[in-house]
Design a protein around this ligand. Structure first.
Ligand code: ADP
Length: 343
């Protein structure tokens, strides 16, 4: 699918270029007796500039060369041959090609600069967001430790316990963010090695909930797993991370009093894990985008997060030949569905 997509993206400029040349030639045919052929050249140049700005140098130079040939064949007497009656047309062709190449080079440089500027803007936005996410727990930890070390503050046992708990909670949050960033880097550089072994989904979910017990607190988690379920073949620590992120989100993006449900089903060739929450839900237009790196929905900005969790979960699940998708109703809740092959 991705391959097809990229192939389409490389062919598309050439198809559009042919289309523009066709339209220009058609127009040229209609007006060639009214305006001189050399004036029609300007319209071909327009097509070259458009292609250069949109797709860069390669397609633009190809457009220039094809334009010259088509122009000569259809619009320069003698018609329907590549030979020319007047020597001056040779200069027109040479000038067209030179202008075409120069314009393409300039236009594609401008395009590269715009793209570089956009990437830089994006990088600094991402850096800002990561620094903010790293700074928040560090400020809390430093605050708690400073209060504990301050001799003047005469803390009682309860207060000391609270400060220590804050420091511990924020440290594990920091740890998770750093781990997510490391996982992301590993995934992107292709170092993520999956080593699958048979395991019980029940154990996997149990381990997730154990790691999340602080976040869960007194919240209700309803679990439904069929008895005598078959084993699935996964990399336990990685799949743990993948499910952890999804269950963590279900808890994070739903109110304290609401339950989170985990249903496991075994279909013919796959295991299906559904994680349902009764929280804020996800707008329709964001359903696909939430799996992108650093993507966060506007309305959940006040809940802390980095926008990496789901992207990592998706990467891990797909590395197991599985898939993840989501169904959601705004303000009613979301169901994340993970499917993993049974063989
Ligand atoms: P984050 O660290 O921001 O939670 P994720 O990659 O885990 O990053 O999620 C991306 C975004 O998808 C979140 O910022 C949130 O807006 C949205 N999202 C994820 N899970 C849920 C959910 N269960 N309910 C509502 N929104 C969710």
């Amino acid at each position: 699918m991705e391959f097809l997509q990229s192939k389409r993206n490389t062919i598309l400029p050439y198809i559009i270029s042919c289309g523009l040349i066709f339209l220009t030639t058609l127009f040229g045919e209609l007006v060639k007796n009214k305006i001189g052929p050399t004036n029609i050249v300007m319209f071909y140049l327009l097509a070259v500039v458009f292609i250069a700005i949109r797709w860069g140098k390669g397609p633009a130079i190809t457009t220039s060369i094809i334009s010259v040939l088509v122009f000569d064949f259809f619009l320069v007497p003698p018609y329907l041959t590549l030979s020319v009656a007047h020597i001056e047309y040779i200069f027109t062709f040479a000038a067209f090609l030179t202008v075409g190449i120069v314009v393409s080079t300039f236009a594609s440089k401008v395009r590269e600069q715009i793209m570089q500027h956009q990437t830089e803007k994006l990088h600094s936005a991402l850096l800002n967001s990561i620094s903010h996410d790293l700074k928040t727990p560090l400020v809390s930890i430093t605050g708690a430790l400073t209060a504990l070390l301050d001799k003047k503050s005469n803390l009682d046992a309860q207060h000391i316990k609270e400060l220590l708990e804050t420091a511990r909670g924020e440290s594990s949050r920091l740890n998770r963010i750093v781990n997510n960033l490391l996982d992301m880097t590993k995934m992107e550089s292709g170092v993520l090695r999956i080593s699958s072994k048979p395991c019980d989904l029940r154990d996997l979910i149990g381990a997730c909930l154990e790691q999340l017990k602080e976040r869960i607190g007194s919240r209700e988690i309803k679990i439904e797993i069929p008895k005598d379920s078959p084993e699935i073949c996964v990399d336990f620590p990685f799949m743990l991370k993948a499910l952890f992120n999804i269950i963590d989100n279900a808890l994070k993006y739903s109110p304290d009093g609401s339950p989170v449900e985990i249903h496991v089903n075994f279909l013919q060739h796959k295991a299906q894990v559904k994680i349902r929450d009764y929280g804020i839900g996800i707008p329709g237009e964001d359903l696909k985008r939430i799996f992108e790196k650093f993507y966060r929905i506007e309305r959940s900005q006040n809940i802390s997060g980095t926008g990496l969790g789901l992207c990592i979960s998706k990467g891990i699940i797909e590395a197991h030949s599985g898939r993840i998708f989501v169904e959601s109703v705004l303000d009613k809740g979301s169901t994340f569905i993970v499917e993993l092959p049974l063989e």
